[in-house]
Write a protein of this length. Sequence first.
Length: 94
Amino acid sequence: MLRNDPKHTINTFRKMSSQEELTIKVKNVIEQIRPFLQADGGDIAFVNITEDNTVNVELQGACGSCPYSRMTLKNGVEEAVIKAIPEIRAVEAI
């Protein structure tokens, strides 16, 4: 029987890296933006964050072929992500 003693407690949790924390924050912001894109037949998917804190996303559906997608990406998505998470440098579609 294990005692409730720190010497006998097995710590199964590990501390998240700052990159993992940043990824969770970015995904949360993207989830808040998605309904607006989906309302117009588009969508967005998180791909990754680069070492220089650029977020790569994939524009999907109508956003993938829309002539205004770059404007939406920069003036909507990027602005919202950077406002919520100042460590992010840019958001790019790949």
